[in-house]
Unconditional design. Structure first.
Length: 296
């Protein structure tokens, strides 16, 4: 798809007096044919907008993921107005008419991705249930970290990188659908102590944790802790922690120039050999191989 041409054809008013890239970010070219389960990243960017800013679109044949870093935007869809304030994540089917504004005197900083692929239709329907999917996500959330990795993708996108990009898009859209479902069904959520434990591991992954210390902290036996955490989140707490550390390491490998041993220390694995071993276990490649694949 020529996203810039599609964007210009979808504009419903002449109020947008900017280049398409000021809303779409940087278009990406991928020569690899796609279809079936493969999702394609069309453009990405970290953008800044100030009032007056308004774009009114209908029939743009793709999906948008938008994360607000600072300030506030407004999404208008039908008669509904949605506030895109700081730390909000939007997952939107762009084919239906929508308008985005910046209210004066706001300066709005946001990250945005545009993507296409059949699976996104299903994910968007599950996430929004007919409405835009709007979630509150901290900057350390996995969806946000995946988005940051995709923002670093350069054009043209190689065949091997296209598969990795598709995997990240699948994860983001499926996680948004799951998070939206959880927010609509609070009674189906795990017990509060498990949610608190997961939040602890997500936000303090670089700290030292053991089953014994977690058991003492939450006043639950380590056997019960392992069993119930695995039932709720699919793996025991320490395995979840290691996966969280490796995902953050993936993010740092792509978005910084730090050495492998520095990244290992930053995510809580000071022994470089242990870090490389864990990375290979979860990613099926070494840290340097991952960096080369994602940045080539």
């Amino acid at each position: 798809m020529d996203l810039k041409s599609a964007f210009e054809a979808s504009l419903l008013s002449s109020d947008f007096h900017r280049a398409p890239e000021d809303f779409l970010g940087t278009p990406l070219r991928c020569d690899m044919p796609y279809g079936g389960p493969l999702l394609r990243l069309l453009s990405a960017g970290s953008l800044r907008a100030s009032s007056p800013f308004s774009v009114d679109l209908s029939g743009l044949p793709c999906h948008m993921m938008l994360y607000t870093r600072e300030g506030c935007g407004k999404l208008i869809r039908g008669r509904q107005v949605y506030t895109l304030d700081e730390s909000s994540f939007l997952f939107l089917d762009c084919r239906e008419r929508f308008r985005i504004d910046v209210a004066p005197p706001q300066i709005w900083r946001y990250d945005v991705l545009f993507a296409e692929g059949e699976a996104l239709d299903w994910y968007a329907e599950q996430a929004g249930a007919g409405e835009p999917a709007l979630l509150a996500l901290p900057p350390c959330a996995e969806i946000v970290l995946c988005m940051e990795r995709l923002l670093s993708v350069k054009s043209p996108v190689s065949s091997s990188l296209a598969c990795s990009v598709s995997g990240l898009l699948h994860y983001m859209s499926s996680a948004a659908a799951a998070a939206r479902s959880d927010s609509l069904s609070p009674d189906a959520q795990p017990p509060s102590y498990l949610r608190a434990l997961r939040e602890l591991l997500d936000e303090n992954f670089a700290d030292s944790h053991s089953l014994e210390s977690l058991s003492r902290r939450f006043h639950v036996s380590k056997y019960r802790l392992c069993r119930e955490f695995k039932e709720a989140y699919g793996c025991p707490p320490i395995q979840y922690l290691n996966r969280r550390r490796i995902r953050m390491a993936c993010h740092l490998l792509v978005t910084t120039d730090r050495k492998v041993h520095e990244i290992g220390s930053l995510v809580g694995i000071a022994n470089v050999n242990h870090f490389i071993s864990l990375f290979r276990k979860y990613m099926s490649m070494t840290p340097l191989e991952y960096k080369q694949r994602m940045t080539s």
